[in-house]
Design a protein around this ligand. Structure first.
Ligand SMILES: Cc1ncc(C[n+]2csc(CCOP(=O)(O)OP(=O)(O)O)c2C)c(N)n1
Ligand SMILES: [Mg+2]
Length: 662
């Protein structure tokens, strides 16, 4: 006789209890409460094949409540993924085990996205669901026909980003997005009554979602709710009423089960309660075999999908898109045309010019903006809006939802088949920062088009003028921050961002810039991160290090110094991360040994000077803005902060004089 659904679910409960017990850390409550609902989903609905975790037409499952990671690890093991092994699970949360504290997409191929920062899993799922519809519109049901399922907790639904994600999904009518809410009325501090009295279901309903409620501890009832959700054309919220830590007789229903080992005594009592008489980490044969049989369910579907792919005229194009390696043929002709007639434009405009070329050569880009399309210059002429009536469109109006946009773009990138880029003002990277960090952690190929990148935006004033932003973004590991100086550098940086496997940020100006690169080089100079744009004429006493809009200012300041007989190099530094990765001899050629007191290094960037000593040395000069900005036209603001060639040259001359370096 086949084990009951409850007994299958109890295998999840046991593994979760035992792994947390062994680690003496972790979260048993959530997996124990949602084990029945997850069993319903994985045994009756989810389309997947453990033999090929990355099968492109699999359903996507996102455990937004990432603290319940043992739920996912147990499911992957039970259904027969190669990893985690039972040994991996025994080493839950230990160094070297892929069963990290929270699910990490780079640790296990069965983990779609990294979750743990609450709210973001569900928001990424929105991006996955829209990508499914987009690719379906292009390639049809034969190749793309799947669903996106989420398990989310109270925390996921309380976070502000949930409002953004729900609004986006409702407006885009993402009917294949199905969220199972673990309504256990408990969070870390205790009852949800302490902190919430909103009607969550009504909020979703008001956002054009379908909603349904069920007993989350009854897998049959959960299945019925999922069926109803599948039949409804709107995105669905399934409210699963559950009990946190279900099965632990003395602790269930309380926050005590949320994030701590239950303790040997309670685990023993739970084993009795659940009728589970196996030793830790052992699963009875009949249970494991049944789970594995459910895990094998998708093999046939995958085989027939492969047949359809082989027979499809789209095969090459489809696989090329999934490879994520975009065509680079657009760059050379684009650079040639820029060099033929170097434009004096803002780099946001230069970005639009590059995008015109990119979007016609690279069909996988999907652009968008958080309601600043005309300012970010993100929409090129041929792009049509992506709407419920036209999912094939390639431009998303994200609305004023910076965080939701960034999280959705992570989901899109990790779904595969599209390269998302999206814009807002650089200052509002703060609104998107938690998702930018997750782009970096997850290696998601997302391109952030961040315009109005300094006081150069002018009259909007201090609230809109980024100061600490560039440096704080550069501090995020595995994120490439680009600040190009003119149209040629902007095109080069776009090419690098498209080739990068992880995320990139393009910091672009509102104000027009003079071209600084007017000669063909046959090489992407920005690829080095920093390069000598101008060599000293007279004996070199100064090296200017400048980025973006300050490069032309540094060039003019260098000219002033040369007139005084002082040689000055100008180094353009569009990407410090890339420069740091260059071989030592290259770095030392551009920036001779920091201890060299014969040469004054001067950084020029219209933002915080914090951190620039990394390149100037402590005895160097750092010219920037260490306070909030001002409301004034851009030239007046630059003048006010001393960021003009004359003032910079005077400051450098003073310093040289004081130090007897003239
Ligand atoms: C953005 C964010 N803030 C805080 C936390 C810390 N945290 C982890 S779980 C949790 C409580 C979540 O409650 P709920 O989703 O109801 O989970 P349950 O206790 O029901 O398992 C908190 C505050 C987090 N992981 N992410
Ligand atoms: Mg809860």
């Amino acid at each position: 006789m086949q084990p009951t659904q409850r007994r299958l679910a109890n295998a999840i409960r046991a593994l979760a209890m035992d792994a947390v017990e062994a680690a003496n850390s972790g979260h048993p409550g959530m997996p124990m409460g949602m084990a029945d609902a997850a069993t319903a989903l994985f045994t009756r609905f989810l389309k997947f094949d453990p033999k090929d975790p990355r099968w492109p037409d699999r359903d996507r499952f996102i455990l937004s409540a990432g603290h319940g990671s043992m739920l996912l690890y147990a499911l992957l093991y039970l259904t027969g993924y190669e990893r985690p092994t039972i040994d991996d699970i025994k080493h839950f949360r230990q160094l070297g085990s892929p069963c990290a504290g929270h699910p990490e997409n780079f640790e296990l191929p069965g983990v779609e996205v990294t979750t743990g920062p609450l709210g973001q899993g569900l928001a990424m799922a929105v991006g996955m669901a829209v990508t499914e519809r987009h690719l379906n519109a292009i390639y049809g049901d034969d190749l793309v026909d799947h669903h996106t399922y989420v398990i989310a907790g109270d925390g996921d639904l309380m976070e502000g980003v949930n409002h953004e994600a729900v609004g986006l999904a409702g407006n885009l009518k993402l009917g294949r997005l199905i969220v199972l809410w673990d309504d256990n009325r408990i969070t870390i501090d205790g009852s949800t009554e302490l902190s919430r009295n909103e009607d969550v279901v009504a909020r979703y309903a008001a956002s054009a979602w379908h909603t349904v409620e069920c007993d989350g501890l009854d897998s049959g009832k959960v299945s019925k709710a999922i069926e109803e959700a599948l039949a409804d054309p709107r995105p669905s919220l399934i409210r699963c009423k559950t009990i946190i830590g279900y099965g632990a007789p003395h602790k269930q229903g309380t926050e005590a089960t949320h994030g701590a080992a239950l303790g040997a005594e309670e685990v023993a009592a739970a084993r009795v309660e659940l009728g589970w008489d196996m030793p830790p980490f052992e699963i009875p044969n009949d249970v494991l075999e049944t789970w594995r049989a459910f895990g094998g369910r998708g093999a046939e579907e995958r085989a027939s999908w492969i047949e359809r792919l082989e027979a499809s005229g789209h095969k090459q194009a489809f696989l090329a898109r999934l490879s994520g390696k975009p065509d680079e043929s657009w760059l050379k002709p684009h650079l040639d045309s820029l060099l033929a007639n170097p434009p004096k434009v803002a780099t946001r405009k230069a970005s639009e010019m590059a995008l015109e070329a990119i979007n016609s050569a690279v069909p996988s880009t999907i652009g968008g903006s958080a309601d600043l399309t005309g300012s970010n210059n993100t929409k090129t002429k041929a792009l049509e809006p992506l709407t419920p009536e036209n999912y094939a469109g390639r431009y998303i109006y994200y609305g004023i939802r910076e965080f939701g946009m960034a999280a959705a773009m992570n989901g899109m990138a990790l779904h595969g088949g599209v390269i998302p880029y999206g814009g807002t003002f650089l200052v509002f990277t703060d609104y998107a920062r938690p998702a930018i960090r997750l782009s970096a952690l997850q290696g998601a190929k997302v391109i952030y088009v961040m315009t109005h990148d300094s006081i150069g935006l002018g009259e909007d004033g201090p609230t809109h003028q980024p100061i600490e932003h560039l440096q704080s973004l550069r501090a995020i590991p595995q994120l490439e921050v680009y600040r190009p100086a003119d149209a040629v550098e902007t095109a080069e940086c776009w090419a690098l961002a498209l080739a990068n496997d992880g995320p990139s940020i393009l910091a672009l100006t509102r104000q027009n810039l003079s071209p600084v690169r007017t000669q063909a080089t046959g090489e992407n100079l920005c690829a080095r991160g920093a390069y000598r744009l101008k060599s000293a004429g007279a004996a070199r006493k100064v090296i200017f290090l400048a980025t973006g809009s300050e490069v032309e200012i540094a060039l003019a300041a260098a000219e002033c110094l040369e007139r005084e007989g002082i040689g000055a190099d100008v180094v353009s530094m569009p990407c410090t991360e890339r420069f740091d990765a260059q071989p030592q001899d290259y770095r030392e050629d551009v920036l001779p040994d920091v201890s060299n007191r014969e040469i004054l290094r001067v950084s020029v960037e219209a933002g915080t000077t914090f951190g620039w000593e990394r390149y100037t040395g402590l005895h160097g000069l750092r010219i920037g803005i260490d306070r909030f900005g001002v409301s004034a036209p851009a030239p007046a603001a630059y003048e006010y902060f001393g960021l003009t060639p004359d003032k910079i040259a005077a400051q450098v001359l003073d310093t040289l004089q004081q130090r007897d370096m003239r």
